[in-house]
Design a protein around this ligand. Structure first.
Ligand code: HEC
Ligand code: HEC
Length: 325
């Protein structure tokens, strides 16, 4: 009898939408990162590392528009690093920072030289965060790097399957269809990110966003990786809708992620200055970089929305380069 009552209660309280097994599976995946336990309540943690965590997860308060001193306001928008690098930068499939220091210094096409981890962080500062670089010797920069170092040694035990970056999507044959993108957005994204893409702020304004903006003045700028449709599609497929998708268990198809990525990037956002200087060797520019100049004659429209296979074929034929994004 007790068991029956229990089952009835579970059935009554269980709300449809996601199927139950999937829900439990997702709970398992996302339960692995517990910032409270691993970071905030961890007495073994050096202060520098804990501060690094605050800086990446409440960026606006420490290095952005809500920082106390104007000279600490390096970031130009109210995003946090961890809005895109989920679970404190530890989640596989969302450009996880686990093991990241081992991969730097590395060659970067955007600057056409070997870059350090600090350069890479500042790439996101100037583009994703629409701001200015953090000085390399500054406290916030040191804290962020110390935090990345710490998760690389401590977190692999709770997040064993490490993949870097985002798993690529299969390159669509077609161009983005903005009407389809809008339909997918309305169905899968609007609830959290809003009909105007402006997201939803916490009631206490200084806490920033509960659901971050996807376009408009407070979003990433035109020079950001997320502004390239193929990069955004890969992020979205492997991470969105939030808590329903993971790289092991995505919800949208490659094509759906592609159309909706084009849709969110079809609206206005802050303009990155001096983008002509990016990729001094223009043939190394990712094909979906939406701003010129390019070493090809495809239109700006085609670089932004595709179809991409003809561009891929051109680089293969002309420069023997295999491009995936
Ligand atoms: C259930 C709410 C929810 C839904 C539905 C949802 N998102 Fe998100 N999204 C979030 C949250 C929360 C974050 C930030 C994650 C964090 O900080 O841990 C985020 C982050 C993002 C980001 C990176 C941060 C930014 O502001 O640029 C993008 C891009 C994004 N979502 C796109 C989408 C798209 C496209 C869809 C629909 C396919 C979608 N999201 C559906 C909640 C949601
Ligand atoms: C709007 C989304 C967004 C925000 C906000 C953001 N990033 Fe990124 N970040 C990206 C994207 C996109 C990439 C490239 C991922 C790829 O293509 O694999 C990236 C890459 C990186 C990388 C290199 C990862 C690798 O595997 O090589 C580092 C390090 C990084 N970001 C740090 C930061 C830090 C620190 C902040 C905050 C100061 C930040 N990011 C804010 C989107 C974002």
């Amino acid at each position: 009898m007790g068991t029956l009552l229990f089952i009835a209660l579970v059935l009554l309280t269980y709300e449809g939408g996601v199927d139950k097994e999937e829900y439990i599976e997702n709970e398992r995946l996302f339960a692995e990162w517990d910032a409270q336990k691993l970071v905030l309540d961890n007495p073994m943690l050096p202060d520098l590392v804990r501060d690094g965590y605050y800086i990446v997860s409440e960026s606006a308060n420490y290095i952005g528009p809500n920082a106390k001193e104007p000279e600490q306001q390096y970031a130009g928008n109210t995003l946090s690093c961890t809005n895109c690098h989920l679970n404190g930068g530890t989640l596989s499939g969302s450009a996880s920072w686990i093991g990241i220091l081992d991969r730097f210094p590395q060659f970067r096409g955007r600057e056409n030289r070997i870059g350090t981890i600090e350069d890479r962080i500042n790439g996101c500062m100037e583009r994703s965060m629409n701001g200015i670089p953090l000085p390399v010797p500054s406290y916030p920069m040191k804290a962020i790097v110390a935090y990345m170092d710490w998760i690389s040694s401590e977190i692999p035990q709770v997040n064993s399957k490490i993949i870097s970056g985002y798993p690529d999507i299969i390159l669509p044959e077609v161009a983005v269809d903005l009407d389809l993108g809008k339909q997918i957005y309305t169905r899968e994204c609007l609830l959290c990110h809003g009909s105007d893409g402006a997201g939803i702020r916490f009631q206490e304004k200084e806490k920033g966003y509960q659901y971050p903006p996807l376009w408009g003045e407070d979003s990433y700028n035109t020079g950001a990786g997320m502004h390239r449709v193929l990069t955004a599609a890969a992020f979205i497929k492997n991470n969105m809708p939030y808590l329903q998708a993971s790289w092991e268990n995505p919800k949208l198809s490659d094509l759906e992620a592609f159309h909706v990525a084009g849709y969110i990037n079809s609206f206005s956002r802050p303009q990155k200055q001096n983008t002509d200087a990016d990729f001094p060797d223009k043939k190394l520019k990712p094909i979906s970089t939406p701003y010129g100049p390019w070493t090809d004659d495809f239109s700006p429209e085609q670089h932004k929305y595709g179809p991409f296979p003809p561009i891929v074929a051109f680089y293969e034929k002309t420069f023997k380069l295999k491009k995936t994004k």
